[in-house]
Design a protein around this ligand. Sequence first.
Ligand code: ZN
Length: 134
Amino acid sequence: MACKMCKKRGKNWEGSDPNCYFDGDDNWNCATVNAIRDICGDWGETPGKGVVKMGVEDENMALVSAWDCDLGEEDEYPSCLYVQWYKRRGRTEVLLLLGEGMNRRPTEDELLMIINHRGFNKGVSTLESSTDSP
Ligand SMILES: [Zn+2]
């Protein structure tokens, strides 16, 4: 089942269909994940506040601070979101919520909370859609 942001955006480009991150292991052009990458400075802009980004060759890696975003289940203490993608391709290779003794896939609600918390200073809104295609 596609995420809320994918449903809202729909498909607004020619070419391959999107493959929502929440529909399976693979993902391509998921609107929620794209919004996370916008916060990470996917397009070469300065990453948002609370984001550290580095690149090795064409591989991009970012740590998004999440300790203050009220995430996690009971007895979990998520501190950051790790994001990894190649060049500006539409597929995001790794998305992991990390914390004390934990690392797992983030839920849609958790990503939306991070976007709401970290995205405002980047002009990223959960109500907007990212229109970039690889
Ligand atoms: Zn999606």
